[in-house]
Design a protein around this ligand. Sequence first.
Ligand code: ZN
Ligand code: FE
Length: 261
Amino acid sequence: MEPADSMKVIPIPQLSDNYAYLIIDTATDKAGIVDCAEPAPILAVVDSEGVELTSILPTHHHFDHVGGNDEMLKARPGLTVYGFDDRVPGITDRVDEGSLVSVGELKARVMSIPAHTTGHIAYYFENEAAVFTGDTLFAGGCGRLFEGDAAMMIKSLGKLRDLPNETQVYFGHEYTENNLRFASTLEPNNQSLTEKRAWAAGQIQDGKFTTPTTIASEKETNPFFRWESEELRNTLSAQFSDLPMDDVSVFAKTRALKDSF
Ligand code: ZN
Ligand code: FE
């Protein structure tokens, strides 16, 4: 399913493998930017699209997601900067779980999804079936547990997994090929995963992005959405005979293996 006509989303590469996303409300030509590390390429797209940038929607406080906020505010004074975590520079409008934020006439609901950082949030545009997940959910992967544990992350990812299948997922880093290579070590017989790996390799070879993915695709291919998978559990128990097979233990072991992959 393509995003609704009311919204246009343009991925903008940042730094070495980050994505910022320009969200355009096509009814008003107002725009918001999800994460901002390098303002120059963002402003180039804003200008070429002929839209008015009105807001920054930061996902979490890490430098590669908010390091450009101050410079952006100097270039475009008066921007609304949404934020939940005090460590995000330039916050003008404080938000929390369930808060509504606006890009023109488009509305997103803030979802609190901690564990990569305690203050990590997602922006869910229900009417447009799109969610911006920062470093919590990637295509084929999830963020490292810097400020939370496996139990916290499983809860955060569970909230995202409960979104409608057709929801487009716009993630924070182009890690897809590596993520899916790791996923294949746990589920070598997962046909959807094998197909997605081939597709992702083709996209990268062609100089294209692998963003967005969908909730449905992640349910089929992402080991961090698949702690219930029989094949994944069998792979883990064959290697770690003492591993308890509850959800959190399975997830924690998967995350630990990825950390050293
Ligand atoms: Zn991060
Ligand atoms: Fe990051």
